[in-house]
Design a protein around this ligand. Structure first.
Ligand SMILES: C[S@@+](CC[C@H](N)C(=O)[O-])C[C@H]1O[C@@H](n2cnc3c(N)ncnc32)[C@H](O)[C@@H]1O
Length: 256
């Protein structure tokens, strides 16, 4: 543990403590026959985070938590690896594997340094996992290393605007006020025991992804339906119907 970067060490403590709150929602997501995404449960038919052709492909989930996304990929015929920094989150994932009779590899580790060979995967995904909690200067090049040429990386995170508007106080929803400067944000630490998040600006994401030899295929600003709901207190539906609270990046590793 002492050899981990500070943010990884602190986020491990946070997620080991938080895992009990994510077990129930994780179990419900494992039951879901059709994937839904993000805090508003937007259907796969709208956002298409998972490609249609996963059968027989090698896929990795970076920061898999309770590993329901990994389960959805395994059910679609992919050979799946999930990696997560929290042993407690993985304990739920293992329990769910047993309950659902699904077997895929689960690794306890840091998605910035995955102990697997170069070019092992066709597809990599992260939903509020490494893409939020790991340093993008480290996990993005690592994802590129793990992918084969032409392989895809998809991730879903809070929008940059959301990161600017989220209040410091826990349990309080964003308003139409900017709470912090955009320039120099990158790493965000809320007061209290909330761990460390990373929120690059759009320009920073584009530069990081291009430096890691990714082509950007899409950036989707998630617009929840008028009837959507969320268990997360930091944003209201009214807010998220006016401004993007979440965004999906879809990128592909260059072939040459
Ligand atoms: C909000 S959960 C997202 C996972 C999944 N979608 C879920 O809700 O269970 C965030 C996960 O990212 C993991 N995580 C944070 N930093 C990580 C890192 N550097 N490497 C791998 N996993 C990490 C945490 O341990 C946690 O399980």
């Amino acid at each position: 543990m002492s050899d981990l970067p500070e943010h990884v060490r602190r986020n491990r403590i946070l997620w080991d403590a938080r895992a009990c709150d994510y077990a129930g929602p994780g179990e419900a997501a494992w039951e879901r026959p059709h994937p839904t995404w993000g805090i508003w449960d937007v259907p796969q038919s709208e956002l298409a985070l998972l490609p249609d052709d996963l059968a027989g492909k090698d896929a990795i989930e970076l920061g898999c938590g309770t590993a329901y996304v990994s389960a959805w990929m395994a059910r679609r015929g992919a050979r799946v690896v999930g990696i997560d920094n929290s042993e407690a989150q993985l304990a739920t994932a293992r329990r769910m594997q047993h309950r659902h009779g699904l077997d895929f590899a689960l690794l306890h580790g840091n998605a910035e340094e995955v102990p697997l060979p170069d070019a092992s995967f066709d597809f990599a995904i992260s939903e509020y996992g490494a893409c939020l909690w790991a340093d993008p200067r480290r996990w993005v090049p690592e994802a590129a290393r793990l992918l084969r040429p032409g392989g895809r990386l998809v991730f879903l995170v809070n929008s940059f605007l959301m990161a600017l508007c989220m209040p410091d106080e826990d349990g309080v929803a964003a308003t139409d006020r900017l709470r912090r400067p955009a320039f120099g944000l990158h790493r965000l630490e809320f007061p209290g025991d909330f761990g460390l998040e990373f929120h690059p600006s759009h320009g920073d994401w584009i530069r990081l992804l291009r430096e890691a030899h990714f082509e950007i295929e899409d950036l989707i600003e998630v617009w929840p339906s008028a009837h959507a709901s969320t268990r997360y207190p930091f944003v209201t539906l009214d807010w998220a119907r006016q401004w993007p609270a979440e965004e999906v990046w879809k990128v592909r590793k260059k072939t040459s």
